[in-house]
Every structure is written in C-alpha cells, then in structure tokens.
Design a protein around this ligand. Structure first.
Ligand SMILES: [Zn+2]
Length: 156
C-alpha cells in the first residue's frame, strides 16, 4: 500500500484486537468493524515504511487470541522484509549512511539470526554490500561510535 491515502482508507475500519508485543513488535491481529474479517498486520516502519496485511481465517484468528499462536509468515523481521521484497516494494533510500532505521534493522536481523551474511543484509535492507559491511561494523557491540552515543541519547 502507500501513497494516495489508500492505507488510511483501508485501515479506517480495521482495529487492533491483539498486539503481538514482545519480539515481534511490528505484528498485530486486527479485525474489520464493517465485515468482521480478521487480518494479521505487520507494520514495518524502517525499511519499507509499509503495512503488510494477510487475511486470516476464523480459526487462525482464534488460535492467536486464545493461544498466542501466530502464523509464521510475518513472525520474524527477516520474513517481514522478505515479504516486502517478494512484493517488489522498493526499500526507502536513506541519505544518512548510518541512519538509525538501518542500524535498528541490522540489529533486529542479527538478533534473530546471528550468522546472517553481509549479502543477505544488503539485499534485505536494499543497500550495497559495502554499506551493509559498514552498518554491521557500526552495530557491533563495543563499538564506541556515534551510533552508541545516539542510542544512549535515545535511552535505548
Ligand atoms: Zn471489512
């Protein structure tokens, strides 16, 4: 979605029922006020700045609300980004080389899968491998950098 307020119009009748919370901070179970349809929604605001919606069956929605069992498609940040690429959405272009959005994304991906490669990060973030290397270096623990100072300032 995106552009021309389409997302606002579509989302106008949809309200959150359950937030995944925890690790998958981007993930929600929502329901349409008008027709009762359940949706799983991933709100990705770093790389694509898009909402990803997947229609759910009543059973799937019930498993989420009753047991906290979520379908896997959007359950990891890597899967969310892969979904964006599969849909041929263009990643945002960042003027700042060590943009906080890119740094967060790298940290998230590496937290989920510590052996993720430079090539994979470059693809998922829509940056060159050279830039992915730079981001990985900057996101490394103990890096006494602008990024660490920025995190400190942001209180995270
Ligand atoms: Zn509806």
């Amino acid at each position: 979605m995106g552009g021309d307020d389409l997302d606002e119009r579509v989302l106008a009748t949809i309200e959150n029922v359950v937030d995944h919370g925890g690790d998958a901070w981007w993930l929600y179970l929502s329901q349409c006020r008008a027709c009762g349809q359940h949706w799983m929604i991933a709100q990705e605001e770093r790389i694509f700045d898009e909402y990803f919606l997947r229609r759910l069956t009543v059973d799937e929605a019930n498993r989420i609300s009753a047991n906290g069992e979520w379908p896997v498609e959007l359950l990891s940040y890597e899967r969310v980004l892969k979904t964006g690429h599969a849909l041929h959405i263009r990643p945002c272009i960042f003027l700042e080389r060590l943009s906080p959005s890119l740094m967060w994304a790298v940290e998230e991906l590496r937290k989920e899968r510590s052996d993720i490669s430079v090539e994979e990060i470059a693809f998922l973030l829509g940056v060159t491998e050279k830039q992915a290397k730079r981001l990985l270096a900057a996101a490394s623990p103990g890096y006494g950098s602008r990024w660490q100072r920025m995190r400190h300032r942001l209180g995270v």
